[in-house]
Design a protein around this ligand. Structure first.
Ligand SMILES: *[C@@H]1O[C@H](CO)[C@@H](O)[C@H](O)[C@H]1NC(C)=O
Ligand SMILES: *[C@@H]1O[C@H](CO)[C@@H](O)[C@H](O)[C@H]1NC(C)=O
Ligand SMILES: *[C@@H]1O[C@H](CO)[C@@H](O)[C@H](O)[C@H]1NC(C)=O
Ligand SMILES: *[C@@H]1O[C@H](CO)[C@@H](O)[C@H](O)[C@H]1NC(C)=O
Ligand SMILES: *[C@@H]1O[C@H](CO)[C@@H](O)[C@H](O)[C@H]1NC(C)=O
Ligand SMILES: *[C@@H]1O[C@H](CO)[C@@H](O)[C@H](O)[C@H]1NC(C)=O
Ligand SMILES: *[C@@H]1O[C@H](CO)[C@@H](O)[C@H](O)[C@H]1NC(C)=O
Ligand SMILES: *[C@@H]1O[C@H](CO)[C@@H](O)[C@H](O)[C@H]1NC(C)=O
Ligand SMILES: *[C@@H]1O[C@H](CO)[C@@H](O)[C@H](O)[C@H]1NC(C)=O
Ligand SMILES: *[C@@H]1O[C@H](CO)[C@@H](O)[C@H](O)[C@H]1NC(C)=O
Ligand SMILES: *[C@@H]1O[C@H](CO)[C@@H](O)[C@H](O)[C@H]1NC(C)=O
Ligand SMILES: *[C@@H]1O[C@H](CO)[C@@H](O)[C@H](O)[C@H]1NC(C)=O
Length: 584
């Protein structure tokens, strides 16, 4: 009897252990268009790349050994010289779109490959200069600097993806909008020089908007061509076709298309699409895709398109069956929890406690909007201790007109918002502000047209009691302002009597619930005197293709005659505290 009970317990324990429960997103925050691979020969590690648009360093690479803990191990785009044109892109939807990450072993030597596109989204779609396609590669993704310079190739489209035939022949597949260049395009490519063979047109998708994000997989003698269709909004979906007779087709669409979507549902995770497929160490299939935690209202999603994981059942000769994406999922047994010892960046869900010790590099997960101007971000230079010194830019976060900067740069450094609820705290030394409109502050920045900030700014005072030096009637103020698609009134408040520019000031941004942020400041050494100067709604910074960043900026707000570097300010004690995810 007793043995029998034990046997039953043992059996049910195995049955339970056979599947796991985990939560989405696996890469919260601005991590769209994921592409992931499993590399057994690299300590059974999973690697993912995601789109970075105008952010630099770009193309973040995350690694995991357990599919749950994801560490930023580098940025494939880390040297400004790799893509000088990223300094001058127009429009916030320009920049790096949809890198595809692949691994290939030849003669027992492994290389990681990325194909992607630098898009100039303001140019007409039929202008081939709009699309700068290229490949880069490395034999060590744990070292950002090891990625090669780009090998450019000609293709009037985007979302390019590499595929290796069994005989070693390499193909590239990409997409272009229907009207101009029909659907999906395929060609051979020489990875050394970017030379492509003639382009063919294997499939146009099921007829929905924007067939894109193509990936090819070979399985059981079939070539499977997986697409994103419907556009990257609420109608987004995953579709597939397959060919029995070689890579060129003909391709037959899956009768049950779309194979994955949350369109026309009330799910909290919407816009599910742009998927990639891989097998884990046990041979089970998984898909990653992008999704927005917006609900079908699709109004509040400041973190933009995030990376989700979902189990897939793919039996021999059959079409893959995807599990619908949700916040809590049950699926294949996950690998045991193991951390990744290599790589310099933090885990994606880590807090920040950054002190910028002398001689340390700028942390791997901090980014700028477009290429940084030289000597603008200095870690504890002589005379400063455990500080990040920012040299001001002429342009503020809006740039010239919310659209472009003409290569002039904007002094800003931020990290991705990765949690619905968080607190960001920064100590600011504003003692060097001198002239009217000199400003330093903290921002929730989506793109140039959508951002909110609390700044310390010198403004001429209408009141007769002028700031210490009687010849200059400039006074420090807290100014809360922002720009969105609805007008946002400025809030301008003179410094309270208990602080001056010589006071160490703490600034704080807090997302205190799913829909609202507040912005506060006060004396660092008397936190109980901190005051709140403004509120922003997540809805006001939910737009486009990217997700919010939080961090400091320094600017002269276009002041006539001012130059970049007109003043320098120091910040420190950079703190980001994750305080909650909303997943349903
Ligand atoms: C595998 O992990 C071991 C121990 O962390 C490390 O020494 C080795 O370099 C790793 N190999 C690869 C290919 O990542
Ligand atoms: C970007 O836009 C500006 C202003 O419209 C224009 O002067 C400039 O030529 C554009 N740059 C590129 C690279 O298209
Ligand atoms: C494409 O755009 C580039 C860059 O703005 C421009 O120089 C070129 O004339 C355009 N070509 C066509 C065919 O419009
Ligand atoms: C894709 O669409 C174009 C334009 O309508 C058409 O010429 C082409 O035959 C289509 N390709 C396929 C594979 O259906
Ligand atoms: C997945 O979602 C679709 C709607 O997009 C629905 O038709 C289908 O029943 C769902 N599947 C499961 C297993 O819940
Ligand atoms: C969602 O509904 C719209 C309107 O009925 C329809 O056009 C679209 O095809 C549907 N999308 C999916 C993926 O079912
Ligand atoms: C385990 O997960 C897979 C993939 O989602 C699913 O097909 C299978 O039914 C699950 N098994 C159990 C016992 O729940
Ligand atoms: C602003 O954007 C939101 C979300 O896209 C939209 O609902 C609203 O109508 C827009 N408002 C204006 C004034 O354009
Ligand atoms: C602010 O920085 C200046 C140097 O620019 C330094 O002299 C001053 O002591 C700092 N203030 C505080 C409160 O640390
Ligand atoms: C968040 O707080 C604001 C201000 O108190 C409130 O108006 C809003 O309804 C709250 N949002 C949620 C989702 O509770
Ligand atoms: C940004 O700077 C411009 C001047 O270059 C100024 O007109 C504008 O008000 C500023 N706005 C914001 C929101 O930063
Ligand atoms: C960081 O905080 C500590 C404690 O308040 C303070 O002594 C130090 O000056 C701060 N560092 C910077 C750069 O503000």
């Amino acid at each position: 009897m007793i043995l029998g009970v034990l046997a039953i317990l043992a059996v049910s324990a195995t049955a339970l252990a056979a599947n796991s429960t985990y939560t989405n997103p696996i890469l919260p925050g601005f991590h769209p268009d994921p592409s992931c691979i499993f590399v057994p020969s690299w300590n059974k590690t999973y690697f993912c790349a995601s789109s970075s648009f105008n952010a630099f360093p770009g193309i973040p690479i995350h690694a995991s050994r357990d599919l749950q803990n994801w560490k930023l191990i580098g940025n494939a785009l880390s040297r400004p010289e790799m893509l000088p044109a990223l300094a001058t892109t127009n429009r916030s939807t320009s920049g790096i779109w949809a890198p595809t990450l692949r691994y290939r072993e030849e003669k027992s030597k492994g290389r990681f490959w990325i194909s992607t596109t630098l898009v100039f989204d303001d140019l007409p779609k039929d202008n081939v200069s709009r699309w700068d396609n290229f490949v880069i590669s490395t034999d060590n993704p744990y070292d950002s600097t090891s990625w090669t310079d780009p090998v450019h190739f000609k293709f009037g489209g985007y979302d390019t993806s590499l595929f290796w035939e069994d005989n070693g022949q390499v193909y590239v597949v990409g997409s272009h909008e229907y009207e101009v260049w029909p659907g999906i395009q395929l060609a051979t490519i020489d990875l050394q020089n970017g030379k492509t063979g003639p382009w063919s047109n294997p499939w146009n998708g099921t007829g929905a908007l924007a067939p894109e994000g193509p990936h090819i997989y070979k399985k059981d003698g079939f070539y499977y061509l997986m697409l994103a269709e419907g556009g990257t909004g609420l109608g987004h979906m995953v579709t597939m076709a397959r060919s029995r007779h070689g890579i060129q087709g003909p391709y037959e669409p899956a009768p049950q298309n779309p194979l994955l979507t949350n369109a026309n549902t009330t799910a909290f995770f919407q816009t599910v699409g742009h998927a990639d497929l891989f097998q884990d160490a046990r041979g089970n299939w998984w898909a990653v895709a992008l999704s927005t935690r917006s609900g079908p209202e699709f109004l509040n999603y400041p973190m933009g398109r995030e990376t989700v994981l979902t189990p897939v059942t793919w039996n021999q000769g059959d079409w893959p069956i995807f599990t619908n994406v949700s916040g809590t999922e049950n699926g294949w047994e996950l690998p045991p929890q193991t951390l990744v010892p290599e790589g310099k960046g933090p885990y994606v869900d880590s807090p920040d406690h950054l002190t910028f010790p002398p001689g340390s590099p700028i942390p791997e997960h901090l980014v700028h909007w477009r290429l940084p101007t030289p000597d603008t971000y200095l870690v504890s230079p002589p005379g400063y201790y455990n500080s990040l010194v920012l040299r001001s830019s002429v342009l503020n976060l809006t740039g010239y007109d919310g659209y472009y900067t003409g290569g002039k740069g904007q002094t800003f450094i931020g990290r991705r918002q990765t949690d619905n609820l968080f607190t960001y705290i920064l100590d600011v030394n504003a003692s060097s502000l001198r002239e009217e409109e000199d400003e330093v502050g903290v921002s929730v920045f989506l793109v140039q047209r959508y951002h909110f900030e609390l700044g310390i700014v010198l403004l001429s005072s209408s009141s007769s009691s002028s700031y210490s030096d009687s010849s200059v009637s400039l006074k420090p103020h807290f100014r809360f302002r922002g720009i969105s698609n609805t007008s946002v009134p400025d809030t301008v408040v003179p410094f309270p009597s208990f602080i001056s520019l010589d006071t160490a000031i703490t600034m704080e941004i807090k997302a205190f619930n799913w829909t609202h942020y507040f912005f506060s400041a006060g004396p660092r050494d008397q936190r109980h005197l901190m005051q709140t100067y403004g509120y922003a709604r997540g809805e006001q910074i939910s737009w486009g293709f990217t997700g919010t960043l939080v961090g400091p900026y320094a600017t002269t707000n276009g002041r006539n005659g001012s130059a970049n570097g007109a003043f320098s300010v120091s910040v420190g004690n950079w703190t980001y505290i994750p305080q909650g995810q909303v997943i349903n």
